[in-house]
Ligand binder design. Structure first.
Ligand SMILES: CC(C)(COP(=O)(O)OP(=O)(O)OC[C@H]1O[C@@H](n2cnc3c(N)ncnc32)[C@H](O)[C@@H]1OP(=O)(O)O)[C@@H](O)C(=O)NCCC(=O)NCCS
Length: 151
């Protein structure tokens, strides 16, 4: 049974190792960025463990706007060997429930427009397209801003 808990500073090496297993070094978070996120009071780094091993991470950033605090899903990664088992859905469900407890209603995220797997996941979790982010990742690589309202 997976365990989900907030990461702490002592997790930075294990989170970095997960990043390197899942992404090319140019695309992965740097160790310094992970340390900063783990210390950031406006970031929640949710870690899912199976048998004490980190198998997935989800990072949420919170920011205050005139109409209240908005949350942004900044990163979601499931370790390669653990994909296709419903773990991202479980982790996302947990993080959204925690945001709801904090009375945060608006949750946003950006995803690359041709990333069918995460788009399918987010859509099935109630996110919908808010607007297109032209050339967001680089020229010709567009993003989609998605939004979900927690009621
Ligand atoms: C996207 C990602 C987090 C999904 O994690 P996962 O644990 O494998 O996903 P789940 O098993 O929870 O599946 C959730 C849903 O995603 C979709 N999905 C998962 N694998 C899929 C596949 N191979 N093809 C199509 N849809 C797929 C389905 O909608 C699935 O729901 P369903 O099983 O009820 O049909 C994972 O593939 C990943 O880490 N990818 C690399 C990083 C990334 O793209 N992150 C998102 C950036 S915005």
């Amino acid at each position: 049974m997976p365990d989900i808990a907030k990461g702490t500073s002592s997790d930075h090496k294990a989170v970095y190792a997960l990043e390197l297993r899942c992404f090319d070094p140019g695309m992965a978070f740097h160790e310094r960025q992970i340390k900063d996120l783990l210390r950031n009071p406006r970031a929640d780094v949710w870690l899912m463990r199976i048998n004490n091993q980190i198998v997935a991470q989800l990072i949420v950033l919170r920011r205050r706007f005139r109409d209240g605090i908005h949350a942004r899903i900044y990163s979601l990664t499931v370790d390669l060997a653990f994909r296709g088992q419903g773990l991202s859905r479980q982790l996302l469900t947990h993080a959204l429930a925690e945001l709801k407890k904090k009375k945060i209603r608006n949750v946003y995220l950006e995803v690359e427009s041709d990333a069918h797997v995460p788009i399918q996941l987010y859509t099935s979790m109630g996110f919908s397209q808010h607007h297109v982010l032209t050339d967001y990742y680089e020229v010709g690589r567009h993003g989609i801003k998605m939004r979900k309202t927690l009621d």
